[in-house]
Write a protein that binds this ligand. Structure first.
Ligand code: ADP
Length: 209
């Protein structure tokens, strides 16, 4: 495929609970193609998933559930206790996620692509692949409250996850566009609607239209 045929790609990121999924859903409803690396990771480790043979070979049958999917609690415990195991898991999954997300971006039949990557700011490779970076942002206390309501984790556990992610300031420092999601879902959607108009124009310009 020629370089000119590459679609315009907007990276979408934000801390846990900031509202990335809600934002991505709105972009999708407006007609953008959404490529979500979390979703790809789940598909790779679902029953019959492309990563499962390599994961079983590396870690044994104990990390495979009866249905052939990744036994997530077992893998999480292993990866948490053993840094080398976590790195081995990442060495299997990350290249597959990168390749599959790249393929989906290239094949997207939409004016532009939203590439949703939770740890985009932390990862050099994804930043090289995007034309623009959109960060969903809200105060940390709001993130904690939303994740607690969604998941049943306690505040301490949510804060521990947030501590392993880039800081709010680090994300905002590299953002081209910021979606303030401290308000209502309707306000979030109105902001996405406005960004969508801009991304359509940028994508058209990039194509030379
Ligand atoms: P992320 O994908 O960044 O982890 P989500 O989009 O899943 O975040 O949002 C986290 C939780 O907060 C979800 O349960 C979602 O429905 C809820 N949520 C998102 N945006 C808002 C908002 N503006 N007001 C209230 N709840 C929201």
């Amino acid at each position: 495929m020629s370089a000119g045929a590459r679609p315009y790609v907007v990276g979408l990121t934000g801390g846990i609970g900031s509202g990335k999924s809600a934002a991505a859903d709105r972009f999708a409803a407006l007609g953008a193609a959404v490529v979500d690396t979390d979703q790809i990771a789940h598909q790779l480790t679902a029953p019959g998933g492309a990563a499962m043979p390599a994961i079983e070979a590396a870690f044994g049958a104990g990390v495979v559930a009866a249905d052939g999917a990744l036994n997530r609690p077992a893998m999480r415990t292993l990866a948490f206790e053993d840094t080398a195991a976590r790195k081995r898991l990442e060495a299997i999954l990350h290249p597959m996620i990168r390749d599959e997300s790249e393929r989906r971006c290239r094949c997207a039949a939409a004016p532009y692509v939203i590439l949703a990557v939770p740890l985009l700011v932390e990862s050099g490779t994804y930043r090289e692949r995007i034309d623009r970076l959109c960060v969903v942002d809200c105060p940390e206390a709001v993130q904690v409250a939303r994740v607690m309501a969604r998941s049943g984790l306690d505040a301490h556990q949510v804060r521990a996850i947030m501590a392993a992610q880039a800081t709010r300031e680090a994300r905002l420092a590299v953002a081209d566009d910021v979606v303030d999601n401290a308000g209502t879902v309707a306000a979030l959607q109105a902001r996405i609607d406005a960004l969508h108009v801009g991304y359509l124009a940028r994508a058209a310009r990039a194509k030379g239209l």
